[in-house]
Structures are given as C-alpha cells and as structure tokens.
Write a protein that binds this ligand. Structure first.
Ligand code: FCB
Length: 488
C-alpha cells in the first residue's frame, strides 16, 4: 500500500540520482538568484475556475469535450473544480503567505467574449479586473496568459484553429484584455504550449476538440504559429511600453534509446524538430524544421501564404519555457512516417510521476541552455515546472516529500543554468493548488496546496512550506532525496 510519502518507482536506489544528479548545485539559497528574480506559481482558467456558466460565460471546447463519453478519466469535468472563480481571494492570500512575488493565470476567452468575437461580457471582464487588483493588493505581480486552451465553442463551430481567421479572433480578444488590464498587468503570454493543444487536440484526439487528423493538425499548427506572432503584435500595439510581451513553449530534453545507434539518433532529431523546435524557430525567422519533418511540406503548400514567413516572426520580450521531464526516443520502422516513438518511463523502469513522466529535473537546465543558444533569443522564464505525486492529508499536514524534493531539484537546475550565463529571470511552479488535469481529471495532483474537492478545503503541503522557507531566505541543505519509495 503506498503511503503519503511514497511515489512510484521500481528501485529506491535510483531515487537520489534521479532527483539530484551529480551536476545539481547544492547548497544554495534565494539570494543566489538576485533580488529581481520572479518567484511564482502558475494556473489556468479552465483547470481552476469552475463557474462554467456563471455571469454570462459562454461554453468552451473543454466544456464540450468533457461531455464526451470516455474522453476524461472517470468522466470528470471542471464545472466546479477548485472553484477559483469564487475562492480566488483565499487562494491569493495563500500565495502571498508562501511569499510568492508573482502569480500566473489565464483568462477564459468565453468568459470575456462568450461568442469568441463581438460583444464583451462585462461581468466576465470585471472578474479579471478584480483578480488583477487582488494580486496587486497582495504584492503579487500578475502574469496573464491570453490563451490556455479553452477556445470558445462558438469559434470551434467555425473551424477553430483550423480556420485561418483564428489569428484575427485571437488578436481581437488579446486587445480586449490589454485595453482593460494593460495598465496593471506587466507580463503577458500569448499562447500556452501550442504543440500540446495543437498536437493533443488535433492529431492525437486526447484533448479538446478531439480531432484525429493530420490535415487538421497541420492547419492548426500553422494558424497557431501565425497567431502567436499576430497576438504578440496585437498586445504590443495595445499595451503600455513598459509591459512585457511573451509566449510559452512546451519542451523536453530528448535522448536516443540506444545512444550511438544511427536510427535512434535520427528519430531523436525528428522528435526534437516536432516537440522542441516547431513553434520557436518560425518566430525567429528560421522557418519550420522541414528538413527533419518532410510532411511539413504539405503544411507549406496548403496553408502557408505569400508573406507568412514574415508574419510568423515576432520579437518577444521573453519566452516562457515549460518543462516537466525528458523523453527517450526510439526509431519505429512500422509507423507510416518512419517515425519515432517515445519509450515510456514505466517501461524503462525509471522513477516517474503519476503522469508517467520520468523524474528528470536536469531537463530544465538542458532546455534553458538549448533555448538560450538561439541567436537573438530573448530573456527566458521557466513559466511551468512541477510534479504530480500522490499525497494525503495526515493530521492536518500533507507530507509530500517527493514533490518537495522535485521543487528543490528544479530550482537548483535553474540556478545551474543561470550560473552559466543563461538569462533566465523567473521560476513558476505548476501549480499553486491541485486542479483539473485535462484528460487525466482530478487524479494527478500537482499543487503546493491540497484541495479537498468535497469541502473545498485548502491545506498547504510540505512542498508549499518548503517553498515558503526557501523564499524567506533559508538556505537549502545538501540535496536529500526522498527515502520512501514503493515497488509497484
Ligand atoms: C502543461 C500545461 C498545464 C498543466 C501541466 C501539468 O502541459 O500547460 O496546463 O496541465 O502541463
């Protein structure tokens, strides 16, 4: 029986090196990051707000997708979730109590524009206005993600991301937010992880809107890449000069399954082009990585129009880097595209989280180095990093040793990159509270704060307390990997 301290691994001996490889800097303290470093936690509207039909909010693709049979584990949905829509003052109080300096959240497009375009729902926009003021009143700098996956259902009915008009719809929505909140929100992000909502939503069919089509994927990918740049321009035009405009990318360090094997190495390069380079390089004017991904020729022929290469570029003030794990890649001859498959952590029998993501904080360092190596890369911020391990309430406490160790290890890897000159200015833990983890429902818990979904009671976990102590200046002791482990 797993206990609250346990997490899934097959060999406790692997734990210390999984969390704290020899390269991890230790000991360290907050002071090593300098006074201006941003310390935050992140969340997203659909995952935390609830209030799905309140005060004029329109339906989103996720409201629809969660109704689909078999789409979400245990048939769960986020109509109430952790009820941030009503409980945000308490959650922001808790964030302040941890000593955070910054708080990242997203706006629900359909709360602001129920039909996606056109008339603004004033009560919806007022909600974000109060939320921003609530952050500032507590000394939390608000970071606003314009689009974190919850496209209005009305726009999906018009083709959603497969319709090129989505670039204009997003720009209009971004400007509605910018005009109302731009005097107080200093940091903006256009998109959250385009590869995930485009890939999981249009090719794999495991996220909203649940499409499984290469054509839909390529169309959505091109329009999302365009939208990220057009959205950046729309924000900059509507925001005060001091506001910082960024966007975020998912990424993972990639390792060939059999290092030195030419097929696995080539498969790893293809996976890198798809998972790490696809949305970043067009922004810099480098175009799509077509050489490694020949099917992109179809994208160019069908969806790219004259002048698009210029339109895909934008000089963001920062990139949000989001990292949870590394992936191990194997050549797969039997797939139609001679593709690459990712060998799951469970199969490799390495320590992993409830998402079946390998515990591999060093990937953070590797990805920060990789992104910083692009000529003309802007400043970087780790806008997401986190780990889902089972945890339990015991006598008023949540002794989540594995998550605490992960947080310490992740911050250490950011410091390691910073010490080598990577311009990384902030760390955001995903997530402040437990929340709705998309297709996985409420099973995986990522929060620094535990949510009892029956009573909506919040309890700061030991990881949250550790973050608070760290932010109060306490030095981090020599790396201590969690001892408890369970063989499954
Ligand atoms: C990221 C998403 C975020 C959350 C974490 C666990 O890919 O941006 O919403 O679900 O994964």
């Amino acid at each position: 029986m797993p206990t609250s301290n346990d997490f899934t691994t097959n060999a406790s001996g692997q734990l210390a090196s999984a969390f704290f490889p020899a390269s991890a800097p230790t000991p360290f303290s907050r002071a090593d990051f300098g006074a201006d470093f941003h310390w935050g936690a992140a969340c997203a509207a659909y995952q935390v707000e609830g209030g799905w039909q309140q005060q004029g909010k329109g339906p989103s693709v996720w409201d629809d997708f969660t109704r689909r049979r078999g789409a979400i584990r245990r048939g769960e949905h986020a109509r109430v979730g952790p009820d941030f829509f009503h409980r945000w003052p308490q959650d922001l109080d808790l964030a302040r109590g941890l000593g955070l300096t910054d708080f990242r959240f997203s706006a629900a497009w359909a709360r602001v524009l129920p039909a996606g375009t056109g008339p603004v729902n004033q009560p919806g926009l007022d909600f974000y206005d109060r939320l921003v003021d609530g952050c500032l009143a507590r000394g939390l700098r608000p970071w606003l993600t314009v689009f974190h996956w919850d496209l209005p259902a009305a726009l999906q009915a018009r083709g959603g991301w497969t319709n090129r008009d989505v670039t204009g719809w997003l720009a209009e929505y971004a400007q509605v937010l910018a005009r109302r909140l731009g005097d107080r929100v200093s940091h903006w992000m256009v998109l959250n992880e385009p590869m995930v909502f485009v890939g999981a939503g249009h090719l794999l069919g495991i996220h909203a809107p649940g499409r499984r089509s290469l054509g839909a994927f390529l169309a959505a990918a091109h329009h999302a890449t365009l939208a990220q740049a057009e959205g950046g321009r729309a924000l900059r035009a509507a925001l005060p000069a001091a506001a910082r405009v960024g966007t975020t990318f998912s990424c993972s360090q990639l390792t060939p399954h059999r290092p030195g094997n030419a097929y696995d190495e080539a498969a790893t390069r293809r996976a890198d082009a798809l998972l790490n380079r696809f949305f970043v390089e067009p922004v810099l004017g480098l175009g799509y990585p077509v050489a490694e991904l020949p099917p992109l020729g179809w994208l160019l022929a069908r969806y790219q129009r004259p002048g698009d290469e210029e339109r895909l570029k934008f000089d963001f003030d920062f990139w949000g880097v989001q990292n949870y794990t590394r992936e191990v890649v194997r050549f797969t001859p039997w797939l139609p595209l001679q593709w690459a498959t990712l060998v799951s952590a469970r199969r490799r029998q390495v320590p992993h989280t409830e998402m079946n993501w390998e515990v591999y904080p060093e990937s953070i360092y590797q990805m920060l180095k990789k992104f910083a190596a692009y000529p003309n890369a802007p400043r970087l911020v780790l806008t997401e990093s986190g780990a889902a391990f089972p945890d339990h309430l015991q006598a008023g406490q949540v002794p989540d040793v594995a998550r605490r160790a992960y947080l310490q290890a992740a911050i250490g890897q950011v410091l390691r990159a910073r010490r080598e000159g990577v311009p990384v200015d902030g760390y955001f833990y995903w997530s402040l509270t437990d929340n709705f983890e998309w297709a996985e429902g409420y099973g995986p818990r990522f929060g620094l704060i535990r949510v009892d979904y029956e009573t909506q009671q919040r309890t700061v976990k030991d990881s949250g307390r550790w973050y608070r102590d760290f932010l109060s200046g306490q030095p981090v002791p020599a790396a201590a990997a969690p001892r408890a482990a369970v063989v499954k």
